[in-house]
Design a protein around this ligand. Structure first.
Ligand code: AMP
Ligand code: MG
Length: 423
């Protein structure tokens, strides 16, 4: 059993360089990760641009009020002003149009008093430079605007459009296969559980957790695997077609826990085996070298639903992010004030306790949810965070600041109105 920090260090060190990049259309780039720096090929704005409909003028001409100016033309977005700018003049200008050289400010139309078509009276003056977006103030030609390793959200996709990058170079999508092991399991489509059986939750849940990383990754659920040597082998063979294999269950010490043994028989190089965390101690992580020399990354997650869920969030998610090529794949930990008393005692493992995190009056506040342990998915549903209780420490006292892991993507969702009573 190794400490959590040590396990995370091993995990981050194991993250390989992402595979061979490819080009995709911008409309298919959501969630992909940029494989090269995106550099500005133009200044933005490309010219001094009016931010308002109004009149372009010289601040020097309107220092003494009231004042009248001669209107010598009009410029709209997409045009340039061809005339000559002289002191004592103004040009009517539309939002997005280039401010003619010689003018430095724009007075919004509603603050001007036009006197016929070619004269203008001003009783208020704009501050020098007002309502003019300066050339290059957003970005300069040659500047790196998005570094390689940026995950592409809608904003980055808009930015790439601005940069003229219609087909950005992105990393490939890792292919993840998920299996749920257990003789007691039936699928959600297999009717009511018989004696000794339970409905399986982890296959679809873990697949969804992978898919929540976005379109930069692909996942498929391979089904339920019986606690038998042959079935376990078949699952591993299926996993070998992809880049990552996630197996839930079967990694503990039971008589029918074959996952370890069969993975090792298939050449698993174990990198992590048992971590000092609760829940999730039996966590297994390693890699298998395929016949073509490429690697299959393998996670064996404990089968209790909340153990599966939390070990995915704490270990698998950052690893997958790194595999996708994201820079800074680390988990987000935040300080928050514990606003309710918390039961429990110090143990030799780091505890991750389901909790609700909210923005309170003076910052982040966290309270534990009522929870019956790692089988209690329902209790976990009320949570949007884990309180971290370090190994060897008692739970924090009410009012103390503790560290929390905010769960994505709904970390700050409002409390559910149908939260279970007492939670
Ligand atoms: P295991 O890790 O296989 O020893 O399983 C630990 C506990 O989690 C047992 O009570 C299992 O019945 C339960 N469990 C295992 N896999 C799943 C699953 N896919 N869905 C729901 N419960 C599971
Ligand atoms: Mg099992």
């Amino acid at each position: 059993m190794i400490p959590k920090d040590e396990a995370l260090r091993i995990l981050h060190q194991a993250i390989p360089a992402p595979g061979h990049p490819e080009r995709v259309d911008l409309t298919e780039a959501l969630g992909r990760v940029l494989a090269e720096d995106a550099v500005a090929d133009v200044d933005a704005p490309p010219f001094d641009r009016s931010a308002m409909d109004g009149y372009a003028l010289r601040a020097d001409d309107v220092a003494a009020l009231p004042v009248e100016l001669e209107v010598i033309g009009l410029v709209k977005a997409g045009d340039t002003f061809a005339g000559e700018v002289r002191p004592g003049t103004a040009v009517k200008i539309m939002t997005g149009a280039p401010v003619p050289a010689g003018y430095d400010s724009v007075q919004p139309i509603e603050l001007c008093l036009p006197l016929g078509a070619d004269r203008l009276r001003l009783e208020q003056a704009p501050a020098r430079g007002a309502n003019v977006a300066r050339r290059g103030e957003d970005m300069r030609e040659g500047e790196v605007v998005l570094p390689a390793g940026s995950a592409l959200r809608a904003l980055e996709i808009g930015m790439l459009s601005t940069l003229g990058q219609a087909r950005p170079l992105v990393y490939p999508r890792p292919r993840v296969t998920v299996f749920a092991t257990g003789d007691e399991l039936i699928g959600p489509d297999e009717g009511r559980p018989g004696p000794g059986q339970i409905r399986e939750s982890n296959g679809a849940m873990l697949t969804a957790q992978v898919l929540s990383l976005g379109l930069g990754i692909s996942a498929r659920f391979g089904g339920i695997v019986r606690d038998e040597v042959e079935a376990t082998r078949e699952a591993i063979e299926t996993g070998l077609a992809g880049d990552v294999l996630i197996l839930s269950g079967g990694v503990s010490m039971g008589d029918y826990d074959f996952v370890h043994h069969e993975l090792k028989a298939r050449g698993l190089e174990v990198l992590i085996e048992k971590v000092a965390i609760k829940p999730g101690k039996p966590l297994l992580f390693g890699r298998i070298t395929k016949v073509d020399g490429s690697l299959l990354w393998v996670f064996g997650l404990p089968g209790n639903p909340v153990s599966s869920f939390s070990t995915f969030e704490i270990f698998v998610r950052p690893f997958l992010r790194g595999l996708m090529g994201c820079s800074g794949p680390h988990l987000l930990e935040l300080p928050a004030r514990l606003v309710e008393p918390m039961a429990g005692k110090a143990i030799k493992r780091t505890q991750h306790l389901p909790a609700r995190l909210i923005f309170g009056a003076v910052g982040l506040e966290v309270r534990p949810v009522r929870w019956n342990g790692s089988g209690d998915l329902r209790g976990m549903m009320d949570a949007n965070a884990f309180i971290i209780v370090p190994a060897g420490e008692a739970p924090p006292a009410q009012g103390a600041t503790c560290r929390v892991i905010a769960l994505e993507p709904d970390a700050f969702r409002l409390p559910r109105s149908n939260a279970r009573a007492g939670s």
